[in-house]
Design a protein around this ligand. Structure first.
Ligand code: SF4
Length: 338
């Protein structure tokens, strides 16, 4: 099978819809100091050259182990953290250098749902207060009827308006968080481990709610999770992240059968049966991911990779388009056979 070598920043992830969001060579480093006023001693390379596109109306899953930098990507594109380098374009316009004042109107169109709905909802506010907040911030009128319609959209009854977050279950609180996020009809919804704190049956309900909302509102979604089984359920495409870098992008429906990168195979193999579709030999699950303060040279996955060769320790693999699939690329010198 012949393969096409490409530059990661040239990737367009397919010819179909225009991208709503483009991330080009994104870098986010954190200085690590000793003590409050100590000198900088290390650099934590949380995100180290990530390029991605999210097309209008699609759901991109961003998956990887805890500490791989996936949530930092989300926070950078939400402008909750200033980037160290690279570019973030929303509707084709760079946004990473905008002032807080210039960002304010943009925030209406990019909303987020975090993992812990209890922490992200003010416990002293009623649900009505919580849902009014985005309208208040953007100086938009809203009446009680609209708030009831918003609640109905996420499957909650109107009497929820007068109650407080602690009166609801975890799944119901996440529905309130989603209602607040979609209140102003955003174009892009970032979901950062949004179902990770929920029981499996409740997870499924929330995922189905999100799929319904996406279809109804033509939402574009970035779904960040450590759980590939969940990501596969909701995403159109999956970007696999390891130690600050994207190592593979692939259609969600093909990830179990056509993944080429050994780390993607490791993640697929770790999905509990009956979802399992690849053998258990994908990699070393016993060792820990190296520190992002001292990423290994060459291929960052070589310390855990069952296919590693001497070249992998010195030569960093570049993104390579999979033959016959415009949607898929991977960064590996010795990819797995399909
Ligand atoms: Fe494994 Fe080498 Fe591929 Fe890295 S480049 S994933 S070490 S085979």
């Amino acid at each position: 099978m012949s393969e096409v070598f490409i530059r990661e920043s040239d990737l367009d992830d397919g010819p179909t819809r225009e991208p709503l969001l483009e991330i080009v060579d994104l870098v986010k480093h954190f200085p690590v100091r000793r003590g409050l006023l100590g000198r900088q001693r290390h650099v934590l390379r949380a995100v180290d050259g990530v390029s991605l596109q999210i097309r209008r109306g699609e759901t991109l899953g961003l998956v990887g182990e805890s500490g791989c930098g996936k949530s930092t990507v989300g926070r950078c594109l939400l402008q909750l953290q200033r980037v160290t380098g690279g570019e973030i374009r929303f509707r084709g316009e760079p946004i990473q250098q905008l002032s807080e004042r210039a960002l304010r109107p943009l925030r209406r169109h990019i909303q987020v749902v975090f993992q812990d709905p209890y922490e992200s909802l003010n416990p002293r506010h009623t649900v009505a207060d919580i849902l009014r907040e985005p309208f208040f911030v953007h100086r938009l009128p809203v009446d009680r009827t609209s708030l009831c319609e918003l609640l109905a959209t996420v499957g909650l009854e109107p009497d929820a308006l007068n109650r407080y977050p602690y009166e609801f279950s975890g799944g119901q609180r996440q529905r309130i968080g989603i209602a607040r996020a979609i209140a102003l009809q955003p174009e892009l919804l970032v979901l950062d481990e949004a179902v990770s704190a929920l029981d499996v049956s409740v997870q499924a309900q929330i995922l189905n709610l999100l799929l319904g909302l996406q279809a109804r509102m033509q939402l574009t979604m970035l779904f960040i999770s450590h759980n590939l089984a969940v990501v596969r359920h909701i995403a159109d495409r999956v970007a696999v992240m390891y130690l600050g870098r994207i190592v593979e992008v692939i259609d969600a429906e093909h990830i179990a059968t056509r993944a080429r990168h050994p780390y993607t195979r490791l993640l697929v193999a770790s999905i509990p049966a009956p979802d399992k579709a690849l053998p258990d030999s994908a990699g070393d699950t016993a060792t820990e991911m190296p520190s992002p303060m001292a990423p290994p040279p060459g291929c960052r996955f070589h310390t855990r990779c069952p296919r590693a060769q001497p070249r992998c320790r010195v030569d960093e693999p570049q993104p390579t388009r999979a033959a016959g699939d415009a949607q898929q690329w991977y960064a590996c010198h010795y990819p797995e056979d399909v």
